[in-house]
Design a protein around this ligand. Structure first.
Ligand SMILES: [Zn+2]
Length: 409
């Protein structure tokens, strides 16, 4: 495709289009316009004087928003817009790097189309360690649809993002870390629609197992920030954890939707399917991987006793079955969450217990198929990170204690 950008190098609207072109990996030579004479020149090409102008073949398109709409249509991957219109599960997130001179003041203005500022901005010197910006640095206006960030650069570059960046590299590192554990084997369990690896980690076969799922929904980063310390405790060298692993096999799928994470989706995999509405239907390779693994475990007489699925939402909440539905692990959920609450007086969370519905989510599927407690473990988007960590430790320990009290079949 023959592309050319007619631009002013210093205009932010021109910059916006350059970012879109870069993001989509499109090669596009740039031609700088001469301020003044550009007016007559552009009028001939587009009938307007707005910059930048993108030439696609022999067509000229002006206005950054129209250019991006055109690019989005012709080059849909990776997407700049939400993958659904109207968007499902509004979660506009952002991540970029600022560079400049030390001591320079930077102002970033964001506008959220089809959404609102859901994520509180976090900054990082290295893309690894993040802290939330302070309230004085942020101004949210127009019903949450605009956000302005003001900060002074205290080093030459700085990352800003809606949530910590937990991308495929983050999971690769985590998988390597898991495989270093002497009781854990990791393997490539299968591939996503676009051929990305879906990894799993497991401990040795036992008669009973616990299944842990993560990252079905791309922007739900606090779910990942919870799952990691949670699993760390299950694999730790304490008396409790050793006893627990003596009885239960652990099966872990840390990231089920790598394509969605890479594409920056709000909800889906690349086939526009919400994976957490595909359980039992199994139309997608990502959920099929878990289904196939489960049938293999069934052949080896491994019984599943608990499923936990890590997500994020606006607050800390456990979506569970009702106590009377806990047939195979009577009293587990109540026991688990009550004893955790006792140890966590400053951590606010709710249990939302409901009758199983016909929604094809993992919670309903695993409960209805195996009669086990199957729980969606949701961490708040802005729950303090130290609290995510310290509460995950307690939830992991109390889960192990409660599971050890269950009578084997
Ligand atoms: Zn979710």
């Amino acid at each position: 495709m023959d592309l050319e950008l007619l631009q002013f190098p210093y205009s932010t609207f021109n910059e916006k289009v350059r970012w879109a072109l870069d993001f989509k990996g499109l090669h596009c030579p740039r031609r700088n316009l001469l301020p003044g004479p550009h007016i007559a020149h552009l009028k001939r090409l587009t009938g307007n004087t707005t910059t930048p102008v993108l030439r696609i073949g022999d067509r000229y398109i002006d206005d950054s928003a129209r250019i991006i709409a055109e690019l989005e249509q012709r080059f849909p991957e990776p997407t700049l817009y939400p993958e659904d219109a109207p968007p499902i599960n509004v979660s506009p997130w952002y991540a970029f790097r600022l560079s400049g001179k030390q001591g320079e003041q930077a102002v970033v203005r964001m506008q959220f189309e089809d959404g609102y500022a859901r994520y509180w901005p976090k900054i990082s010197p290295d893309g690894e360690n993040w802290i939330p910006l302070s309230e004085e640095q942020i101004l949210v206006s127009d019903g949450g649809t605009r956000m302005e960030i003001r900060l002074v650069l205290d080093q030459s570059q700085l990352w800003i993002a809606g949530q910590e960046i937990c991308n495929t590299a983050y999971y690769d590192r985590w998988i390597r870390e898991l495989s270093a554990h002497e009781e854990v084997t990791t393997r490539l369990a299968g591939k996503s629609v676009q051929g990305r690896p879906v990894y799993m980690a497991q401990t040795a076969d036992k008669k009973e197992m616990i299944l842990l799922l993560g990252r079905q929904h791309p922007p739900e980063v606090t779910g990942a920030l919870t799952m990691r310390p949670f699993i760390h405790i299950l694999l730790s060298d304490t008396e409790l954890a050793r006893q627990f692993r003596e009885r239960y096999k652990l099966v872990i799928f840390p990231m089920l939707n790598p394509d969605g994470v890479v594409a920056g989706y709000w909800r889906h995999n690349v086939n526009s399917v919400d994976l957490n509405r595909d359980w039992g239907l199994f139309t997608q390779p990502e959920t099929q991987i878990v289904r196939d693994w489960m049938s293999e475990a069934g052949k080896n007489d491994v019984q599943i006793r608990l499923m936990l699925d890590f997500h994020s939402t606006t607050s800390n909440v456990f979506y569970t079955q009702r106590d009377i539905d806990d047939r195979k692990a009577a009293g587990f959920t109540r026991q688990w969450l009550t004893s955790a609450a006792e140890r966590l007086p400053d951590f606010e969370f709710e249990r939302d217990a409901a009758e199983p519905s016909d929604q094809a989510n993992s919670k309903n599927y695993f409960h209805l198929t195996y009669g086990i407690p199957a729980i969606t473990y949701e961490t708040g988007d802005e729950t303090r990170r130290d609290q995510i960590e310290s509460s995950a430790v307690v939830f992991a320990e109390e889960m192990m204690r409660a599971m050890l009290q269950i009578q084997p079949d």
